[in-house]
Design a protein around this ligand. Sequence first.
Ligand code: PRP
Ligand code: ZN
Length: 296
Amino acid sequence: MLTDRTRLHIALQKSGRLSDASRELLRDAGFRIQSGKNSLTARVENFPAELMFVRDDDIPTFVSDGACEFGIVGQNVLEEFALSQAEAGYQMLAELGFGRCSLKIAAPEAIAYVGPQSLAGQRIATSYPHILRRFLMQNGVDATLVTMNGAVELAPRLQIASFICDLVSTGATLEANGLRPLDTVLDSQAVLIRTRRPMDKARANIAAGLIIRIEGVLATKESKYIMLNASSEALKRITDLLPGAEAPTILPLHGRPGHFAVHAVCQESVFWETLEKLKAAGASAILVVPIEKMML
Ligand code: PRP
Ligand code: ZN
C-alpha cells in the first residue's frame, strides 16, 4: 500500500529557465505528470512521486532538509547555497545538460577592465555574494559587494555599483541594459540532487528506480544506434572509428561473401566528420538512428 509518505517528492523550479526542460526530462523518463498549469504540486500518475514547484533558490534547502528527496536545480544556485552552509545536506547525482548559463562580471561600456584586478576597491552588485567573494579572494582582490535579490542589471544605472556579477544565458538582458560581459566567474547547468537524509527501505527502492530511469534518459540523449556495411578487410579500421562503441554486432551479408553488416550503440555524439571518416575507411550504407530507451 502506497501511503502519501511513501511518495517521493521532487523539487522543480516553478517558473524560469529550468522549468520546461525539467518537466521534459521527467516525461522522457516515462513519468506521466498530471497537468494543472498553475498548481504548486503535481502527481506522477504512473510512479509514486509528487512534483513540488518552488522557487529555484529554495530547492537546495528543501532537499537538504529532506522535505524533498530529489531536486533539479542550477549549479549556480546550488553552489551559492553550498558556500553558505557548513555542511552539504545534499548529494549531486548528475549533470543534466540543459539550463546552461554563466555567472559573469559585467559593466557599462565606458568602464575599463583588464582583469579581476580592475575590480579592486569597486562596488559590485550581485545576487551571488558567496560565489563572488570566493572569486575575488582567489584573485586576491578586495571589493565592496552590494547584495540584491533581483534586477541586478539596474545597479550601474542607479549608481549603486559600477560592476555587476549576474547570470548570463543569451546575453539579451545585459545588452538591453547597456552592459558588456567582462569575465566568467562560474559556468552552470542543471543538475539532479538528492537528500543526504536517510530514507526508509520502501522509499530508497523507489528512489533507486527513479535514478535508473533518469540515467537511462541521459545515456540515450547522446547515444545513437549506427548501422553500416563493410568488407572484411575494412572491418578493423571501421570498428576502431566508431565513437564510444563497445563490442559491435557483426553479421554476414546474405549473398555478398566477404561483406558484413556492423551494428553498434555509440555512447558519444556521432558527427558528420565521423561518417565521412567511416566512408573513407570503406563503410557503405551508413545509417545513424536515435535510441528511444536504454537500460544499462
Ligand atoms: C537571470 C539573470 C538575468 C537573466 C539573464 O535571471 O538575473 O536577468 O537571467 O538571461 P539572458 O542572458 O538570457 O538575458 P533568472 O532567470 O535566473 O531569474 P532568477 O534569478 O530570478 O531566478
Ligand atoms: Zn532564482
